[in-house]
Every structure is written in C-alpha cells, then in structure tokens.
Design a protein around this ligand. Structure first.
Ligand SMILES: *[C@@H]1O[C@H](CO)[C@@H](O)[C@H](O)[C@H]1NC(C)=O
Ligand SMILES: *[C@@H]1O[C@H](CO)[C@@H](O)[C@H](O)[C@H]1NC(C)=O
Ligand SMILES: *[C@@H]1O[C@H](CO)[C@@H](O)[C@H](O)[C@H]1NC(C)=O
Ligand SMILES: *[C@@H]1O[C@H](CO)[C@@H](O)[C@H](O)[C@H]1NC(C)=O
Length: 457
C-alpha cells in the first residue's frame, strides 16, 4: 500500500527556481512546498524544506505565522523525524496527518546543524562544536531564505524546538535578534517555544532518580546510585569539564537502564524502545543510540507488509522527490560526526540565554510532556526556578488554567502565563508531545503563534 503513495509523490512536477552560488532550491508545481540548500560556510551545506499552509487565513489584525522546527539529537533530522513522524503534512506512510501543525502556520524544517539529515559538510572539521556556532549557521540560513522574500517577511517567525533543539533555539533566538537589530536579517521574530528541551542538563540528571523512585521504577539502591553519578556530573559541570560530564551522563543512563529493567527515556511508563519515535534518541553515546535506532527501524520493517524502513523512506523515496540531494550524500550519514563534535557543549546549560530572551521581551513558551523522563517536567521546573527574570516570582505564584481538547471533559493539561513567559504542562504525553497528544498540542501551537486559524475545539 505505502509503495503506491511513494510512487505518486515522486511524480510530482517540480519547477527549478534558482541555481546560484551556494544556494539553490526547487519548488513544487503548486508552490506549496519549497526546499533547497544554503551554503552556510564554504563547504558546509544546510538543507531546508518549507511548507505553505493550505489552511491559511487572511486576517488583517493577525498575520499568518511561520514556525521553524528544530529537532534534537544533536544530529537528528527535522526534515525527516519532525516532518514525517511528528508534525508535517504527511506521516511516515505518506498518508495525510490530520493534526499537522500546518493547520496553524507555515512550517520550515531544517536539517540542523550541518551534517544532520540531508545537510552535509565536505570536510569533517566543519561540524559545529557549540550551540552558538550552530546558531550562526542557522542565522545565515534565515538571511538567505527571508531577506529576499517580502511575503515571508510578513509572517512572524516562531522558533519551535524539541529536546536538544531547545539549546539551538535559544542561541538562535539571540543571534537572530542581533542580526535583525543590525539590519542583516529581515524578519520578525514572533517567539521561541521550548518543548521538552535540554536547557539545563544538570537539572534533568538530578530529576531522573527521584522521579523513577516515586513511580516505582527504581528502588532506593537505584536511587542512590543515580544520585551519586548526578553529583559527579554536577561537579564536572561546575569545573567546566564538559566532555567528562557528557561521558558521566552516558554512565548515568546505563545506571538507570540497569536498575529499571530498561525504562524508556522518552516515556517512563514504557520499556525502552516502545515510544513512537525513539530513534530521535538524544543519546550521544553511540553504543546506546545505535542499538535503539536499529531496533526501532527493525520494528518498522516488520510492522506492516511492504512498508519500507524510515531510512529507505528518506534515502530512496523522498530523495527521489527532492532531486537535489548530491549522490554521495546519505540522509543521516554524518549524524554521528555531528553529535561527537558537540560533546564539549552537550552538557552546557542555556538558562542564561532564556533569561536574555525574556529580558528582551521575547515571548518564550515552555511546554513539557508529563511522562517524559529524559527532559522531565521536574527538571524543567527546576531550571525555570533558576531564572533571574524579574517576572519569575509573579509567574510562580500564578494559578494554572486547565486545558481540554475534544468532546470529553478530561483534563489534558495546564497552562499559565505571566508577561512573556508561558508554560504548558501536557498530560499523557512523553517526550514527543505532538505525537502523544496531537489535539492539545495543536491548540497550544495555535495560541502561542497567535494563529488566525480557529481553535479546533
Ligand atoms: C561528493 O563528491 C564531490 C565530487 O567528487 C566532492 O567534491 C564532495 O566533497 C563530495 N561530498 C561529500 C559530502 O563527500
Ligand atoms: C518568495 O516569495 C514568492 C511570492 O512572492 C514565492 O513565490 C517564492 O517562492 C518565495 N521564495 C522562497 C524561497 O520562499
Ligand atoms: C506575546 O504574546 C502575547 C499573547 O500571548 C501578545 O499579546 C504579545 O503581543 C506578544 N509579544 C510580542 C513581543 O510578540
Ligand atoms: C481531524 O481534525 C479535526 C479538527 O482538528 C477533528 O475535528 C477531527 O475529529 C479529526 N479527525 C480525526 C480522524 O482524527
């Protein structure tokens, strides 16, 4: 069945737009999709894919928004995973996704940083080593896409991140603001949204033990072991030993796995590899992530007759549609290099960047799935409490508003806002909020982008 869809898509007509130095892109015949490469530095190429919403509403008082989706990893592909497994118009069987975030906004996916997904470098020394370097490349990408395009400039840009993408989102937010102020970048920044985001590694590793103990997944022995490795990580972070901290983090994951009989890091109610999108693994330690990755792909392969693996989807089917992926570039082929190059920044917190964005008046939305372990709500609340932002006490003292979705009266989450800080607690969701709770996630996105599209319920 799925193969049929693949054929249909690969015969779409495609209009070449522009082939120039460092930049080229293509457009689907109806103009609803565009994709291309930007040479963000010599020999470093970033791939992007823009979808224009078929649900667009013209409202003079509310511009139609655009969201830039930043995947985690580091090294996980937004063009692949975020697009086909989470929020794009088609799912990984290339069937329409009812809950696509296109209902509320245009969507821009990028394979960030260079080396991720279809993005690539021609020289391994060109991988980014810090979140800030990634933000500089992303800013260059945005200049290339937005500066020449007035219609795009009319849409406020919302940077929406998941997992490790949150660290890129806050550094990009600041970098983009500077470029806007200096006149180098022509766009309006609407806000930044941090979904289950790795903003403070220390607060997350300290949340794992207690959380799993409370829900019976660890005993006291496991809790003690977990806390002692977390203490070591805290010390290493304090001493600026970030690579050591990254290694200890890998050690802590092993402790959790051994003592919990392999809890799923993306949903603590499940066993490892049972969540819907586990190949988005945030793991740096290759051993673990590669094992999980292949297990996930295997489960896909055997899940339905004739369905190709996600890897084949991206490397055969989608590549054929896109037409501009160089022959010697494999989707995901350089992703291990991406995460390895970032191991000195992986454990570095980005709380002060959130503070800077808040101080500059940027709307910051934080959302978290209740059942996430790797970026647990407990850890998120801990770093939020460390903000130096002047509105923090008022924010903390506010009451929450319950969220509902659909016809039943079930509580789906809670939210509260004070000035430009907004927080959403999403019940029943793990790490991959839009996959687990599509209805409430879509309403939330409509709210924080101030989309003129009406709420679905
Ligand atoms: C692909 O091949 C071309 C031509 O041989 C080469 O210039 C380029 O560096 C290669 N790209 C990658 C990512 O290996
Ligand atoms: C820029 O805007 C025009 C519409 O004015 C559109 O046709 C074109 O494809 C856009 N280019 C990009 C890169 O989005
Ligand atoms: C922030 O969001 C609120 C709505 O929640 C909106 O009224 C306000 O204009 C936004 N501020 C900025 C600077 O975009
Ligand atoms: C699709 O979404 C619409 C509105 O968002 C909703 O009313 C409808 O029930 C959904 N359909 C399915 C099959 O989920």
């Amino acid at each position: 069945m799925a193969k049929l869809h693949f054929l249909v898509i690969s015969f779409l007509f495609i209009v070449p737009l522009f082939h120039g130095q460092g930049t080229h892109f293509l457009k689907s015949q109806d103009g609803s999709e565009e994709w291309g490469y930007v040479e963000v530095r010599p020999k470093a190429y970033m791939f992007w894919w823009l979808y224009r919403s078929p649900y667009r509403v013209e409202d003079p008082s509310k511009p139609w928004p655009i969201m830039l989706w930043l995947q985690g990893g580091p090294g996980a592909s937004g063009v692949g995973i975020g697009n086909f497994q989470e929020i794009g118009p088609l799912n990984s069987d290339l069937k329409p996704r009812n809950s696509t975030w296109l209902r509320k906004a245009d969507l821009l996916f990028v394979d960030n940083p260079v080396g991720t997904g279809y993005s690539y470098v021609e020289d391994k020394s060109l991988f980014v080593k810090t979140d800030v370097e990634a933000a500089v490349d992303l800013t260059t990408l945005l200049e290339n896409i937005f500066n020449k395009n007035e219609s795009l400039q009319n849409s406020p840009l919302y940077i929406v991140a998941e997992s490790y993408g949150g660290k890129f989102a806050v550094t990009l937010g600041l970098s983009a603001l500077r470029a806007i102020e200096s006149g180098k970048l022509k766009l309006k920044l609407g806000g930044v949204a941090l979904g289950d985001s790795w903003i403070s590694p220390q607060d997350y590793v300290f949340s794992w033990g207690p959380l799993l103990k409370y829900v019976s997944r660890l005993d006291n022995n496991g809790l003690e072991k977990s806390n002692s490795v977390a203490e070591k990580i805290k010390q290493q972070i304090q001493d600026g030993q970030y690579v050591d901290a990254t290694n200890s983090w890998g050690e802590l994951e092993e402790v959790i796995i051994d003592n919990s009989n392999s809890v799923d890091f993306y949903n603590f109610l499940l066993d490892s590899g049972m969540d819907p999108v586990s190949l988005t693994a945030i793991e740096l330690s290759e051993g673990i992530s590669m094992k999980r990755y292949s297990r996930y792909l295997d489960s896909l392969r055997s899940s339905a007759d004739g369905v190709v693996s996600f890897d084949d989807l991206m490397n055969v089917v989608i590549r054929k549609k896109l037409k501009i992926i160089p022959e010697n570039v494999t989707w995901g082929g350089q992703s291990d290099g991406v995460s390895t190059a970032l191991q000195g920044d992986f454990m570095r917190p980005r709380i002060s960047e959130v503070d800077e964005l808040l101080a500059k008046g940027v709307n910051v939305t934080v959302y978290n799935g209740q059942l996430d372990l790797i970026c647990a709500t407990m850890g998120t609340e801990a770093w939020v409490q460390k903000l130096k932002w002047e509105g923090l006490n008022n924010f903390l003292n506010l009451e929450r508003t319950p969220l509902f979705c659909g016809k039943d009266k079930m509580t789906r989450g809670f939210t509260k806002s004070y000035k430009n800080l907004h927080f959403y607690w999403i019940l029943g969701a793990g790490h991959f909020v839009p996959v687990d709770q599509p209805c409430v996630a879509l309403n939330m996105v409509g709210t924080f982008t101030q989309s003129p599209a009406v709420a679905s319920s």
